[in-house]
Design a protein around this ligand. Structure first.
Ligand code: ACM
Length: 636
């Protein structure tokens, strides 16, 4: 040691810190074509970002890129119009490349430069997102990082999206998320080339958008009593003196700011006003919208719907608008006039889901409406309502989108459908020539539990990352031209803060991003899993929250015909080993290794399970009571 002179020692340390292995290209969603070439490109202080055939949009992107790169590198960048091939070049093609479409791009990295070219500014933007992912993970740091070689692998990428609708839905009603949090959500989305944010703006728990002509929607409907703990499981109803101070809403200025924020990032916002069901907040503000009249109160933490096997449900507390009440349509005309003026997107979503009919069934006004209009069933009453809403929405120059319930009782020929109760509704709608967005519970419900239920916050259904990854937006036998794309839905009944919103959204939203952007034939679970783990490292640097449930064991059980109970364990990722105990002690990698279904000893009370990879524990320990295992053995 003593013999090594100091400069050499420092140089060796520098090299070790830089671990000069060639970086690999790990991009989510996986590009349509990615060729890795030899060599690397390295960013330097004063590297040039040059714009070719620029526009205001490109100037803004170059400035933003320089700013983002500066944060972690500390480097300054020169922005010019020289078209220099050294440094980073952003080029709008003067001759359109038809294979790139409106959102595609070509990214070429050579040892001397990075070239991002596209037909349109959106393509340049997506090329930049890909370039960012090629940089070392430290680029995600919010503060300066020293001793990093800012190197990217040489690649040629030709990329464009499979679908024009690549969305996430965010429910800001059940729990309110501030304007700044919504912006952060958008920032997180566009990194993975999502282009549509569906904002679920109204529900029983709160009305979140200012409607100037109906001020009580937000002065009353945006606020409720605070209830924590498990959703709709509070032991007591509200005391009338309890303050309704929990909630919030977006002013029209806030909405304009969010729309502009999205536009600057090629992200469209689709508003959803959920009617006729899910409308308790509107009824609290304007009780005359209901069938029964009288006072209504926003969500109080107690159950307000009864759910029965087979998906049937009834309202315990009236939460629907009354289709037999002409004032409802006057009200909706006012709402949609203001909503249409705020959101430039061509679609407005009217909800239409889970409207309980038991209150309507008992309403004399509904009976009279049925007689007058010749409506025979409750779905026909709902269909009457949907058609009237569609007329209002169309009169504002917008197209109607609704959850797949709008198919029931007959759908108007021009309505568009978001398929959520599996893919059935989407298939039916597409087969009858309606445009469809696929967001089925079976693959795209990001509020469901994503790992071992004993370790996660309780939710009534499960959806693991690998299942989300198998999401295919075009069902077999359907004409693809009717499938606009797909989206993941993030309901927030049980998501009360932004950190948990991130945890529940990521990494599963990465799987939705890949399902909606990447060519079907480029999808590959093992490749994706590796890229997701790479992304975990990046989120660790940016201090964003995400779930590592993918490392936890999957615990199932079965019984043989003699009634013996077996634990059936598996993992989502390859290369993991499972160890377990039945003696109440905490297992490690010297404990029995799981290789085949394990007979549960008759006297065991708990099975404890851990996952290892490369000699290190990687998943969380699961302690499952044998009684719970036995339940899993009998569950279908
Ligand atoms: C829904 O999940 N109720 C659309």
């Amino acid at each position: 040691m003593k013999k090594i002179c100091l400069p050499l020692f420092l140089a060796l340390g520098f090299l070790a810190a830089h671990s000069q292995t060639k970086p690999t290209a790990s991009v989510i969603p996986v590009p349509a074509s990615l060729i890795e070439n030899s060599g690397t490109f390295t960013l330097h202080n004063n590297s040039v970002i040059s714009i070719v055939a620029g526009s205001k949009e490109l100037d803004g992107m170059a400035l933003q890129l320089a700013k983002v790169l500066h944060t972690a590198t500390g480097y300054n960048f020169k922005i010019d119009n020289s078209g220099a091939s050294e440094g980073i070049k952003l080029e709008l093609l003067s001759t359109q490349n038809s294979s790139l479409g409106n959102e595609g791009y070509r990214l070429k990295v050579t040892p001397t430069g990075v070239q991002i070219s596209a037909n349109k500014a959106a393509g340049i933007f997506y090329g930049i997102q890909t370039f960012m992912q090629l940089l070392p993970k430290e680029i995600e740091s919010k503060t300066l990082v020293s001793n990093v070689a800012w190197t990217v692998p040489c690649v040629t990428i030709d990329d464009q999206p499979r679908f024009g609708w690549r969305g996430l839905m965010l429910d800001v009603s059940r729990h309110f998320f501030t304007k700044e949090e919504v912006k952060k959500f958008m920032d997180d989305m566009v990194k993975f080339k999502f282009n549509l944010l569906h904002l679920h703006l109204t529900d029983d728990e709160g009305w979140r958008i200012e409607i100037k002509s109906l001020p009580k929607l937000t002065s009353v409907g945006a606020w409720r009593i605070e209830r924590n703990g498990k959703w709709a499981n509070s032991p007591k109803a509200a005391d009338p003196s309890e303050p309704k101070t929990y909630g919030g809403f977006y002013t029209q200025e806030d909405i304009k700011e969010l729309v502009k924020y999205g536009q600057d990032r090629f992200l469209t916002i689709m508003p959803e006003i959920d009617v006729p069901g899910h409308s308790l907040a509107a009824l609290a503000a304007y009780p005359e919208l209901s069938c029964t009249g009288g006072e209504h109160t926003t969500y109080q933490g107690i159950p307000f719907m009864n759910w029965f096997p087979g998906g049937r449900f009834e309202a315990v507390i009236e939460n629907g608008l009354c289709p037999a009440n002409e004032y409802v349509y006057t009200f909706l005309d006012k709402v949609f006039t203001e909503v249409a003026a705020l959101f430039p997107f061509e679609y407005i979503h009217m909800g239409g889901d889970e409207c309980a009919k038991n209150i309507w069934e008992k309403s004399p006004a509904i009976q009279a409406l049925m007689k007058k209009e010749g409506l025979k069933t409750m779905p026909e009453v709902e269909s009457y309502f949907v058609r009237r809403v569609e007329k209002i929405v169309n009169s504002k120059g917008k197209k109607l989108m609704g959850w797949d319930e709008i198919l029931e009782g007959g759908i108007s020929p021009t309505a568009n459908v978001m398929s959520w109760r599996g893919v059935k509704g989407g298939i039916e709608a597409a087969n009858s020539k309606h445009n469809v967005v696929m967001s089925p519970t079976t693959f795209a419900y990001l509020d469901y539990v994503q790992g071992e239920p004993l370790l996660e916050a309780p939710v009534y259904a499960s959806l693991r990352l690998n299942k989300t990854y198998s999401f295919e937006p075009i069902p077999e036998g359907v004409d693809p031209k009717y499938i606009l794309g797909g989206q993941g839905n993030q309901w927030t009944e049980q998501i009360a803060n932004y950190r948990n919103l991130q945890y529940m959204t990521w990494p599963r939203a990465l799987a939705i991003a890949e399902a909606t952007w990447s060519p079907k034939e480029r999808k590959d679970w093992n490749g994706f899993a590796g890229r997701v783990e790479n992304q975990f490292n990046r989120w660790d640097v940016s201090d964003d929250k995400y779930s590592k449930a993918v490392y936890d064991a999957i615990v199932a059980a079965s019984k043989d015909d003699k009634g013996n109970l077996y634990a059936n364990l598996s993992t989502e990722l390859n290369g993991m080993t499972i160890y377990y105990s039945f003696d109440e002690s905490n297992p490690d990698n010297y404990y029995p290794k799981y290789t085949a279904p394990v007979l549960v000893p008759k006297d065991a009370a708990t099975m404890k399970i851990v996952t290892y990879r490369d000699g290190k524990q990687i998943g969380k320990q699961i302690n499952i009571p044998i009684t719970e295992l036995a339940k899993r053995a009998t569950k279908k």
